[in-house]
Every structure is written in structure tokens, then in C-alpha cells.
Design a protein around this ligand. Structure first.
Ligand code: F6P
Length: 359
């Protein structure tokens, strides 16, 4: 039976979003369905005349390897706390009405924990919703991995590689602040792959004396430079993470973290008197071409979501459970975030190699 489905991308952009969009559109067209793209996340469903657009084969041509999202996205469009004329309102019923007025049979929401929590609320209101997990942070518990993470790790590793030669030439310490909010996956993976000497992650509160000891030991052993990879959510023992913008400010769904790299660099400078520089890699981690791994995972997620619609299996998120893509109830998918287990093989292996976690 022919269906009309819509899809949107919410929250921060992420490499692989276009590959998901392409997979959803292509597999829906194979089924003989109609597909509509919703622009700018959930806010598009508040303005269907201008922001819900029909999508055909030609709309997804040539986008498999392109970063970002052709549908646009925002992390300021939670319909349950929507900011309109400086006032916060619940406009979810308008979204629901518009969904029905458009005659849609399903809504695919591609996003991280924020977007998936909103999707879950709409599912509880009776909308046929399917979630697809996206985030470079890899912090969603119900899927082995999210798409975008692999690309972010590659981008961060590339930066660490490049910093080695300049750090060595100047005998400097370079502190690199990486993304990942409350999970240290990007910093841990890129830190190891990019040969960092110190890795600071939210899961292991650190002590500056330990960090400086490691740096001094390295210099005294004749390696007169050091690379410190610090996650934006890392915190010194007994302190909170530093952040620049709070949740809810400007209608934001998430806290924006930042500043720990500069703080660590200042401490190193004061305690060791080593020439120290800092760099926040920021959105470069999310930009550019998705890796082959992310393109494949995105494509599989998109195709699986369309299969779930055909089976009328709603209120779920598609998840990677190798070798399969499986449905997980949205309620369960958003319950827990996934942090780095401090006793995991990857942390143990890093310690064996002499990397310091500053603890
Ligand atoms: O969740 C993805 C992420 O890139 C985090 O790693 C980072 O803290 C945050 O988004 C940055 O958000 P924004 O793009 O709004 O600055």
C-alpha cells in the first residue's frame, strides 16, 4: 500500500546525515511511497507550507559523501518548549495537527538524545514515529555505535597527527580540546590513535599534578614535546565541568561546554614553565566527508527505518547490534547515556602503553 512519510534531522549536524536521508528516500521510492523532507528540525512541522518539501530521486543525487544535512537542523526547536516571541510554549499539538493534515503515515526523526526524547513524546501522543541515532559523541546506550562518531574520531586524529610536528619543532606542550559533552569516546579514541601523551575525559576526573608529572617525565626522558587531548566535559577532581551556555538558554536543548582546554594549558604553563599552546578543535570534528564506515552505517539505518515503517513497527529507534540493525523502544533508547567504562579494555590498553589519564 502506498504511504506518505516525512523525515527530519534535529540537534547538531553530523557526518552521515545526508547518507541516511538518501537511504530513506531511495528505499521509500523503491516501495512506491511518497517522501517529504521537513526543514530545520521539528520547527518545519510548524510551517508545513514552506518547510515540508516533496523529495524525489533527484533531491538526493550526489549527497552520499557530503557532510551536514540538506534538510537543515537546529537545536532550538523543541515543540514542547518552543520559544516564540520571547515566550516558551508547548506547541506540540500544532505539530500533531499538521502531521495529520499533511496525511502522513510516519515520521522519521534523525537525531541524538534531545531529538529522540522529543520523538518519544510524540510517539506517546500517538504519532507513528521512528528514531535514527545520530551523534558524533557516541553516547547513546542502545546502539553499539552512532553514525558520525567514526568521522569525528578521524578528524580529531588527523588534527593530533598534524600537531605533533609543530609541537616537536618548538618543544611545546599542545593541549587540544575535543568534543563529546559528557562522554569521552572521541577524546579516548582519537587520543590513542593520534598518539597523545595525556588523555582527559569526563569519566576520569583528573589532577593537574599528575598531568604535569607525566609531561615532565617525558621531557626528562628526552621527548621534548607533549600532546594533551582533553574532552570538553573533562573536569579536575572535585570540580564541575566548565560551560559557556546553559540548557534552556536561547531555547537550546543542550548545554554547550567549552573552556577546559585553556584552563588545563594555563595550569601546565604555571606548574611546569613549559611553552604551552591550546587549540579547540570544535566543529571541525563534525565537518566534511563522512568516512566509509559512517556512510555504510547511515545507509543501513535509513533502509532499516523504512523496513520498520513497512512492518508498522513504530515508537522505536533503529540500533546497531552487530551484525544486525534492530529495533529498540524509543523509551529505552533515551533512558541511559553511554559513557566510557573506566575499566574497559581500551582504557587498560592505553595505561599499559604509558598514557596518562591524569588520575
Ligand atoms: O552533541 C554533539 C556536539 O557536537 C557535542 O559534542 C558538542 O558539545 C555540541 O554538539 C556542540 O553544540 P553546538 O553545535 O550547538 O555548538
Amino acid at each position: 500500500m502506498s504511504k506518505k512519510i516525512a523525515l527530519l534531522t534535529g540537534g547538531g549536524d553530523c557526518p552521515g546525515l545526508n547518507a541516511v536521508i538518501r537511504a530513506v528516500v531511495k528505499s521509500s521510492l523503491t516501495n512506491g511511497w511518497k517522501v517529504y523532507g521537513v526543514l530545520q528540525g521539528f520547527s518545519g512541522l510548524l510551517d508545513p507550507e514552506n518547510k515540508v518539501i516533496p523529495m524525489g530521486e533527484e533531491s538526493v543525487r550526489g549527497i552520499l559523501h557530503i557532510g551536514g544535512t540538506i534538510l537543515g537542523t537546529t537545536n532550538r526547536a523543541n515543540p514542547f518548549e518552543y520559544v516564540e516571541n520571547d515566550e516558551k510554549k508547548d506547541v506540540s499539538s500544532r505539530v500533531k495537527e499538521n502531521f495529520h493534515q499533511l496525511g502522513l503515515d510516519a515520521l522519521i526523526c534523525i537525531g541524538g538524545d534531545g531529538t529522540l526524547s522529543i520523538a518519544n513524546k510524540f510517539s506517546q501522543m500517538g504519532l507513528p514515529v521512528i528514531g535514527i541515532p545520530k551523534t558524533i559523541d557516541n553516547d547513546l546506550a542502545s546502539t553499539v555505535i552512532t553514525f558520525g562518531f567514526d568521522t569525528a574520531v578521524n578528524n580529531a586524529t588527523d588534527a593530533l597527527d598534524k600537531l605533533h610536528s609543530t609541537a616537536e619543532s618548538h618543544e611545546r606542550v599542545i593541549v587540544v580540546e575535543l568534543m563529546g559533552r559528557y562522554a569521552g569516546w572521541i577524546t579516548l579514541n582519537a587520543g590513542i590513535s593520534g598518539g597523545a601523551d595525556v588523555i582527559l575525559i569526563p569519566e576520569i576526573p583528573f589532577c593537574m599534578d599528575r598531568v604535569c608529572e607525566k609531561i615532565e617525565k617525558r621531557y626528562n626522558n628526552g621527548r621534548k614535546f607533549a600532546i594533551v587531548a582533553v574532552a570538553e566535559g573533562a573536569k579536575p577532581k572535585g570540580h564541575d565541568e566548565l560551560f559557556s551556555k546553559g540548557k534552556g538558554e536561547d531555547g537550546r536543548q543542550e548545554v554547550v561546554l567549552g573552556g577546559i582546554g585553556e584552563w588545563v594549558a594555563t595550569q601546565i604553563r604555571e606548574k611546569t614553565v613549559r611553552d604551552t599552546r591550546t587549540l579547540t578543535l570544535g566543529h571541525l570534528q563534525r565537518g566534511g566527508t563522512p568516512t566509509a564506515f559512517d556512510r555504510l552505517l547511515s545507509t543501513r539505518f535509513g533502509a532499516a527505518a523504512v523496513r520498520m515503517i513497512a512492518e508498522q513497527n513504530f515508537g522505536i529507534m533503529v540500533a546497531l547490534n552487530p551484525p544486525d540493525i534492530i529495533p529498540v523502544p524509543l523509551e529505552e533508547a533515551i533512558k541511559n547515556s553511554k559513557q566510557v567504562p573506566v575499566d574497559s579494555d581500551i582504557v587498560i590498553s592505553a595505561r599499559q602503553l604509558g598514557l596518562s589519564f591524569g588520575d
